[in-house]
Design a protein around this ligand. Structure first.
Ligand code: ADP
Length: 190
């Protein structure tokens, strides 16, 4: 069983790469952003709660996110492994994930970061906002706020996973195929 955390700033290409990796390694892809958006579309209570944070570019509170993620894992008991995309995003989430997986006799195999320069990413998100319909992609101020959230709350996870000897990083700039190859090379080395 392999459990991979795909890590990176907003716009780094986690969702795009996850589509390839989940097929190649037969993993269950769990994107917290996608799950929140699905709930918003279906007007669930969780969706309504998440929307108020997401529209501003703020993180959804840990407790809500952790409970949601755990229930998604529980829905897939036959899975050969998980590809976590957009989770964990805080130290509290990473600790909860470790405790949860340990309780199931499992753990995170590796965290792989897609690295890219902020300015390139902001431009990518503004471009995506023209077609994605996502409120958080259409306003530069909201995008900047997401980077601030990342720097304050998510970046400390690099040290967290380095301390466990599980942190890997690849260059996120290049063609989709080139980046997939870099990620595959890391997974092959695990
Ligand atoms: P991006 O990586 O481009 O910001 P996502 O779809 O991963 O896009 O996330 C969109 C939004 O969903 C985030 O800005 C945040 O509000 C919320 N979100 C997603 N994952 C988490 C998480 N693990 N913890 C808290 N909030 C989250």
């Amino acid at each position: 069983m392999i459990n991979i955390v795909l890590f990176g700033k907003p716009g780094a290409g986690k969702g795009t790469q996850a589509e390839f990796l989940k097929e190649k390694y037969n993993l269950t892809h769990l994107s917290t952003g996608d799950i929140f958006r699905f709930n918003i579309k279906n007007e669930t209570a969780l969706g309504m709660l998440a929307k108020s944070y997401m529209d501003k570019g703020d993180l959804v509170p840990d407790e809500v996110t952790i409970n949601m993620l755990q229930s998604e894992v529980e829905k897939n008991p036959e899975s050969a492994g998980f590809l976590f995309d957009g989770f964990p995003r805080t130290i509290a989430q990473a600790e909860a994930l470790d405790a949860f997986l340990t309780g199931k006799g499992q753990g995170i195999t590796a965290t792989i970061a897609l690295e890219a320069d902020d300015e390139i990413l902001v431009q990518r998100l503004l471009e995506r906002g023209k077609t994605s319909g996502r409120a958080d992609d259409q306003d530069e101020e909201k995008i900047r706020n997401r980077y601030q959230e990342y720097n304050e709350k998510t970046a400390p996870l690099i040290g967290f996973y380095q301390a466990q000897g599980k942190f890997h990083a690849v260059d996120g700039i290049g063609t989709i195929e080139e980046v997939t190859k870099r990620l595959s090379n890391v997974i092959a080395s695990l």
